[in-house]
Design a protein around this ligand. Structure first.
Ligand SMILES: [Zn+2]
Length: 324
């Protein structure tokens, strides 16, 4: 008897929720669920369904690279898919040569067996890497350097001067969109140890604002002009200062071959190489240096990636000249 009562209660519940239409001629419609199922219901109970994850047109679940999911109408899916959403869960994967790719999570294992990694931190430690850095731009020579980096799928870091970023916003945006790292090299290149703390803040914040307005991302690496800093400057900036271990003196020699030699005769794993994207000779040298380093087994990566690979924490405001 008890069993029968609970059965009847259950039936009542089902009838009340899923509504058997009282009259044969009652209007029905089809509703769709995010899990792919569909049901025919009577029109008057529509709100019960729409409040419980059902929709009046076919829907699909879409995903972002950050694991956010959303249910959208199938008819709108194409718009979302062309705006950075995916039709199944995805992950970003990495190769030691700087290549990245976004793949379906369900296929990740296949890629991991083909030389891809879930994170740069997983790269085999024997892989040598260096960070090419270019200061004082962007300039009219920067696109030639970007073309070269693009050709070899290499990455570099550009420490830009705020005023130059304002002059060449398209070049800066291109560099950022190519996966280059953008760092802060002040607004107009003063020696930070010779100006007040408030001026240091102004120089760095204004430049960070300019870069963020152009790329959408706020830079956190700082390269102090002339490599000049002290503990006060570091404290005021409250950011990692990136110096260098190979100074090509490209600004002084303006000679492509000398710039090439200064890199190739000194380079070792973990180096940060200083150049300036202000000169035609540096662009020319880059076209020789990039393939030569790759040929010698170096990965050309951003400063942040080099730090990550070498296990250096960049969230602390200290100065680095190379990563070991
Ligand atoms: Zn500089």
């Amino acid at each position: 008897m008890k069993k029968l009562t609970s059965y009847l209660l259950c039936l009542c519940f089902i009838l009340s929720v899923f509504c058997i239409c009282p009259e044969a001629e009652a209007e029905t419609l089809t509703v769709y669920h995010g899990d792919g199922s569909q049901a025919v219901i009577c029109a008057e109970s529509l709100s019960e369904y729409t409040n419980n994850g059902w929709y009046t047109a076919p829907v699909v679940t879409i995903y972002t690279i950050d694991d956010v999911s959303s249910v959208v109408y199938k008819s709108d899916a194409q718009i979302h898919l062309s705006n950075g959403w995916f039709d199944a869960p995805v992950v970003k994967i990495y190769k030691p040569n700087g290549e990245t790719s976004i793949v379906y999570k369900s296929d990740a294992d296949i890629h991991l067996s083909e030389g891809w990694y879930m994170s740069p931190a997983d790269f085999p430690k024997k892989v040598k890497a260096v960070a090419l850095t270019f200061d004082d731009g962007p300039s009219r020579y920067t696109p030639q350097i970007l073309d070269c980096l693009q050709r070899y799928n290499a990455k570099a870091t550009f420490f830009v001067v705020g005023n130059c970023a304002s002059t060449y916003p398209d070049t800066l945006l291109r560099a950022y969109n190519m996966g280059m790292e953008i760092g802060n090299h002040t607004l107009n290149h003063p020696k930070l140890t010779s100006i007040s703390s408030s001026s240091v803040s102004y120089q760095l914040n204004t430049t960070a604002d300019i870069i963020e307005n152009i790329t959408g991302a706020r830079p956190y690496l700082v390269r102090p002009p002339y490599g000049s800093y002290n503990s006060n400057v570091l404290k005021t900036a409250n950011a990692p200062f990136i110096l260098w271990s190979i100074d090509t003196l490209d600004w002084k020699t303006r000679n492509a071959q000398k710039t090439v030699n200064s890199v190739l005769s000194n380079v070792k794993d973990g180096d940060i190489i200083l150049m300036h994207d202000l000169y035609g000779s540096t662009a020319e040298a880059t076209e020789i240096i990039v393939p030569a380093l790759i040929e010698r087994g170096f990965d050309l990566v951003t400063v942040s990636e080099l730090a990550e690979r070498k296990g250096t924490d960049l969230s602390v405001p200290t100065a680095h000249s190379r990563f070991k």
